[in-house]
Design a protein around this ligand. Sequence first.
Ligand SMILES: [Zn+2]
Length: 352
Amino acid sequence: MKQLRNTVIRAGLDALYFSGAHHLLRPIFAGVGTIFMLHHVRPRRNAPFQPNHHLEVTPEFLRMILAHVRSRGIDIVTADEMHRRLSQRDFSRRFACFTFDDGYRDNRDFALPAMREYDAPFTVYVANDFANGTGHLWWVALERVIASTERIDSTIGDTAIRLDTRTVEQKQGAFSLIHDLLRGLPDDRDVARELDGLCARYSVDESIISAELCLSWDELKAFATDPLVTIGAHTVSHCNLAKRSEEQALQEITFSRTQIEAVLQRAVVHLAYPYGDRDAAGVREFAMTKAAGFNTAITTRPGMIFPENAEHPTALPRISLNGNYQTARVLPVLTSGAATALWNGFRRVDVT
Ligand SMILES: [Zn+2]
């Protein structure tokens, strides 16, 4: 049981399905609501090497989720309405909140039409540097570096890397190795520096990536006027807040909001922590966003929303819609409503 619990909590939805645990855990939706986490929404690409594929779902899969949630009579609500329900402890109806991180242009081109069909509001969390066209989407840059070469000779931090990257399997292995080394660097500004070096060496133009993939400020102005769309903050540089000093972290949070509010002329009271896991957002960050006046802030820790989460609105968990598992079989995992005592053995709220 302990191992099952740990597996489920650590890996979330994927483990739930593939461990078979969802048959035992029918009440996954027994909480009061769910915050779904998405990134890209776009048609499937053909390239065999797509190490970031878990960050994208197809418009068809999004529609499948929306239809399923609607068929269950679950309210699809704005981040403001979720905050109201949490604040007022109004849990008379279950809710789902759809959230999209980073501000990708495909959110406008492919997610918005699907959300509109289901009259479903959603929140897009914008990293200012991505909208500026100057951000570092280093995981995309790394994918392009490895796709472009048959061998990597480099150093990441203090670690020498000599890898064959001819086959798709070798490329996948290289990606996860280098990805983990980069995430492990003590300061995430080192990540940008290391990627600059790799991109220069393997002739990948990293500077075009954020403008290629992300909504510009002008595009965001139009996008944000859609009544279904809420814009939230995602820090200025998409930084790992936990690795920054308190002063720097606060600047990332407050300047991000100030600039979005100035450009879009609307209040920004919701935030998503970049990376959002235990290594990127903890007690200090939860307190910081609260003190800075955000009404909600979302992590990437897996979990449903329970009444107890109302005490911690700046430490909310989410359920990832993972692009590697886009199948109708996951739908009951997402929205099953039967009650069982088993779930009670789980730690329902994780805010430390
Ligand atoms: Zn992000």
